[in-house]
Design a protein around this ligand. Structure first.
Ligand code: SF4
Ligand code: SF4
Length: 143
């Protein structure tokens, strides 16, 4: 849903009352889909493995990405923001593939806007040089 409206899978009616939550995996299986996987969209290796399995499956597949939308006010998804360690950063810009609006480039350095970062950790998983870590780790002197 792109307009944040409630839907049969959200567990709420359009007026905001709690409702029975439709299980999308069950719906897919009822339609005859044999390969149905539910993944955590913030776990990139899990998502990649599911996509590869679906691509090699000769029949139709369904992958359900189940995780909190950062834009929904009733969900509290804010975690400690992340920061780029400029000492170890190789300037490869691979993390920009995360396409997160908190990431930006300034004077050739990738930076993270801590006010926009929700702490999901996806860009950190993309970085091959362990240069993106939670700010709390930096404050503890671990960066
Ligand atoms: S992926 Fe890592 S090393 Fe590359 S620019 Fe981003 S933070 Fe720096
Ligand atoms: S941790 Fe998540 S929200 Fe924060 S900059 Fe990285 S991808 Fe964006």
């Amino acid at each position: 849903m792109t307009g944040h409206q409630e839907n049969p899978g959200s567990g709420f009616t359009l007026s905001g009352s709690p409702a029975r939550e439709a299980q999308l995996a069950d719906v897919a299986r009822a339609l005859g889909i044999e390969m149905v996987r539910t993944v955590d969209p913030f776990n990139l290796s899990e998502v990649r493995e599911a996509i590869e399995a679906a691509m090699s499956n000769p029949g139709p597949s369904v992958i359900i990405a189940r995780g909190p939308c950062a834009l929904l006010k009733r969900l509290q998804v804010k975690r400690p923001a992340y920061a780029v360690d400029q000492e170890t950063c190789r300037k490869c810009r691979a993390c920009l593939r995360a396409a997160c609006p908190a990431l930006y480039v300034e004077d050739g350095n990738v930076q993270i806007d801590a006010d926009v970062c929700l702490g999901c950790g996806v860009c950190s998983q993309v970085c091959q040089f362990d240069s993106i870590r939670p700010i709390r780790a930096a404050e503890d002197g671990e960066m």
